[in-house]
Design a binder for this molecule. Structure first.
Ligand code: TEU
Ligand code: CA
Length: 540
C-alpha cells in the first residue's frame, strides 16, 4: 500500500513554528530543533508552507525565486539538513507548490513587465482594456478587481490574489516547462512530495470568466505527473476548493495518473451564508456537517483516497469555530481529534492543533497582519459596515487566528522566540502549551499520539468500511468502522450540553478503545455523556 495511505501529516507554518536566532521569525533551524516533538507525536510527513524567496506580500505564497530559501528562514543548506534530519526520523518533507501565480518580484514577471516583445511577456496573462476599463468582472480573492493596469504597456495583468501575485499563463508550454524543471529540482533533493496551492485554478480561461476546473486542467496535471512526480515514490495533495465526491476521482483516482489526493473544503464552508463569503457568518448546521462527512466517507470510489483536516493556515482554529474555547476547550479539542482520526483517509494536523490551540481575538485592525484580513476590513468599512461587525467576522474567520506562534511552554512568548515575535503569541500560552501537555497524562497531545498509534496498529482505521448511525440526532456524531469482523463504534457528544441516549442493543463483548474522559466502560443502551465527551468501543 502507498506509504501516504498509512501516513499522518503535520502542517508547519514556518514563520510561526520555532525561531532559532531571536529575530522573532520562525525558521528552518528552529524546525530541525523541534523534530523530536513531531517524532514523539508520531507523524510521518510534514507539509511545509512556503520557505522560498518572497517579498511576503502573502507570507510566502508570493514566490520570487522557487530555488532560493528566504533568508528569514535560513539557507539551502538548512533546507537540505531538514530533509535529512526528518528522514532519519522516518518523516518526509512535503513542499508547498505555489504555481498558479508568482510574486511580481519574480524575474519572469520583471522581464514580462519590460514590454509586449519580451520573451517572458506570455508567462503571464495580459489583456487590453475594454472600453478603457478592466477586461472583465473577475475579482480577486483579496478584494477588488483581479486586473491590475500597467501604464507602460497600457495593458492589464490578471491576479486572482493580490496584485503582487500575477497569475501564470499555463496555456503557455514554456511556463509549464519552466515549472516542471523547478519541480524536478526539488524532487531530486529527496522531498516526499508536494501540496499544490489552488491547483484547480491553473486551467483558467479568464476571457470566458472561467477560473476553477478549466477545460485543460487535467491535461496539465497528467503532463505534470508524467514530467515530474510520477517518476518518484512521492505523494501529492491538491488544494481544490470546489471539488465534490463526483469530481475528486478526476484528480485522485490512480488510473488517472494525476494526484494522490485532494483537500476538499465542503465541511469548512457550512458556516457561511450560501453564495457569499466566509465573512458572512452563519451558525453551523450540525446535521449538514454529518451529511458532508458521510458523503465524503462513502461516495468516493474505492480507489480514490481522501484527506482529512479541520485546520490549516487559512482557517480559524476549529476548537474556537465549532467547539468551545472556554471551559470545554480540552474536551472539544479531543472530540475533534477522535472524530477525524478514525475516519478513512490521510489526516493532517496543523501546528498547535495537537495541544488544542485556539483563536486569538483582536480589537483593532492594526493588530492584524494578513493581507486578506486587512483588505476585507477596508473594503467592508468603505461599504458602510460597522467596525464591530467587521471585527466580529475577522475574529471568527481571519487567517491570523491560525498563524499566532506555536506555544511551546509558559515562558515569555511561549518559548517561540527570545526576541519580539512577528505576530503576538496568544496570551493564553501560559496555561496552554506543549510542555504542560506533556506533563498531563490525559492531555490533548496524548490523545493525538494515541490516535496516530491506533492508525499504525489497526488496518481497520485505514481500510474499514464506514457507516453513520443516528444521522438525525441533534447532538451525537456516531459512526462505525468495520473490517474483517471487527467493528469500532465512535461516539461524540458534539455539544456543550450533557446528552443521554440509547444507541445500541446490549453488547456483551465490547471493549473501550479510547475515551476522552478516561472511562473504561460504556453501556450503549443508556449513555450519559458529558459535554463533548467522545469514546470508541470495539466488538468482534
Ligand atoms: O489558499 C487558497 C485560498 O483561496 C485561500 O486564500 C482561501 O480561499 C481564503 O483564505 C479563504 O477566504 C491558498 C493558500 O493556502 C493561501 O494561504 C494563499 O493566500 C492563497 O492560496 C494564494 O496563494
Ligand atoms: Ca528566526
Amino acid at each position: 500500500m502507498a506509504w501516504w495511505k498509512n501516513a499522518v501529516m503535520y502542517q508547519i507554518y514556518p514563520r510561526s513554528f520555532q525561531d532559532s536566532n531571536g529575530d522573532g521569525i520562525g525558521d528552518i533551524p528552529g524546525i530541525i530543533s523541534r523534530l523530536d516533538h513531531l517524532q514523539k507525536l508520531g507523524v510521518t510527513g510534514i507539509w511545509l508552507s512556503p520557505v522560498y524567496q518572497s517579498p511576503n506580500d502573502d507570507n510566502g505564497y508570493d514566490i520570487s525565486d522557487y530555488r532560493a530559501i528566504h533568508p528569514d528562514f535560513g539557507t539551502m543548506n538548512d533546507m537540505d539538513k531538514l530533509i535529512d534530519e526528518a528522514k532519519k526520523r522516518d518523516i518526509r518533507i512535503i513542499m508547498d507548490l505555489v504555481v498558479n501565480h508568482t510574486s511580481d518580484e519574480h524575474q519572469w514577471f520583471e522581464e514580462s513587465l519590460k514590454g509586449k516583445e519580451n520573451k517572458y511577456r506570455d508567462h503571464y496573462i495580459w489583456r487590453d482594456p475594454v472600453n478603457g476599463k478592466e477586461p472583465n468582472e473577475l475579482v480577486s480573492v483579496f478584494s477588488g478587481s483581479a486586473w491590475e493596469f500597467d501604464e507602460a504597456s497600457g495593458q492589464y495583468y490578471l491576479h486572482l490574489f493580490s496584485k503582487k501575485q500575477p497569475d501564470l499563463n499555463w496555456e503557455n508550454p514554456k511556463v509549464r516547462e519552466d515549472i516542471y524543471e523547478m519541480m524536478n529540482f526539488w524532487l531530486d533533493k529527496g522531498i516526499g512530495g508536494f501540496r499544490m496551492d489552488v491547483i484547480d485554478l491553473i486551467g483558467k480561461l479568464p476571457d470566458q470568466m472561467i477560473t476553477g476546473n478549466g477545460p485543460k486542467l487535467h491535461d496539465y496535471l497528467k503532463e505534470m505527473h508524467r514530467e515530474t512526480f510520477g517518476n518518484y515514490d512521492v505523494m501529492t495533495v491538491g488544494e481544490t476548493w470546489g471539488v465534490t465526491p463526483a469530481t475528486a476521482p478526476l484528480f485522485a483516482s490512480p488510473e488517472r495518473k494525476e494526484l494522490s489526493m485532494v483537500f476538499q473544503f465542503e465541511h469548512l464552508t457550512l458556516d457561511e451564508e450560501p453564495g457569499t463569503t466566509k465573512w458572512d457568518l452563519l451558525d453551523l448546521d450540525f446535521l449538514k456537517l454529518k451529511q458532508v462527512f458521510k458523503k465524503w466517507q462513502t461516495e468516493l470510489p474505492e480507489d480514490t483516497w481522501n484527506s482529512l483536516f479541520w485546520n490549516n493556515h487559512d482557517t480559524p482554529r476549529i476548537v474556537s469555530r465549532w467547539g468551545n474555547d472556554g471551559k470545554h476547550r480540552e474536551s472539544s479539542a479531543k472530540m475533534f481529534a477522535i472524530l477525524l482520526h478514525l475516519m478513512k483517509g490521510t489526516p493532517y494536523i496543523f501546528q498547535g492543533e495537537e495541544i488544542g490551540m485556539v483563536n486569538r481575538p483582536i480589537s483593532d485592525i492594526s493588530q492584524a497582519e494578513d493581507i486578506e484580513t486587512i483588505n476585507i476590513y477596508h473594503e467592508r468599512m468603505a461599504k458602510g459596515h460597522t467596525h464591530d461587525d467587521v471585527m466580529r467576522s475577522i475574529n471568527a474567520k481571519g487567517r491570523d487566528n491560525a498563524r499566532t506562534p506555536m506555544q511551546w511552554d509558559g515562558s515569555r512568548h511561549g518559548g517561540f522566540t527570545t526576541g519580539e515575535p512577528w505576530l503576538e503569541v496568544n496570551p493564553n500560552h501560559k496555561d496552554l502549551n506543549v510542555a504542560g501537555n506533556l506533563d498531563q497524562s490525559d492531555s490533548v497531545f496524548y490523545t493525538y499520539q494515541q490516535l496516530i498509534q491506533l492508525r499504525k496498529d489497526n488496518q481497520l482505521v485505514i481500510k474499514g468500511d464506514f457507516n453513520m448511525l443516528l444521522e438525525d440526532h441533534p447532538q451525537l456524531f456516531i459512526y462505525e468502522r468495520a473490517y474483517e469482523g471487527e467493528v469500532w463504534t465512535v461516539v461524540a457528544n458534539f455539544s456543550d450540553e450533557p446528552c443521554e441516549a440509547a444507541i445500541h442493543g446490549k453488547e456483551e463483548d465490547q471493549t473501550v478503545v479510547l475515551s476522552s474522559t478516561n472511562k473504561n466502560s460504556y453501556d450503549l443502551t443508556e449513555l450519559k455523556l458529558e459535554p463533548f465527551e467522545t469514546f470508541v468501543v470495539k466488538r468482534k
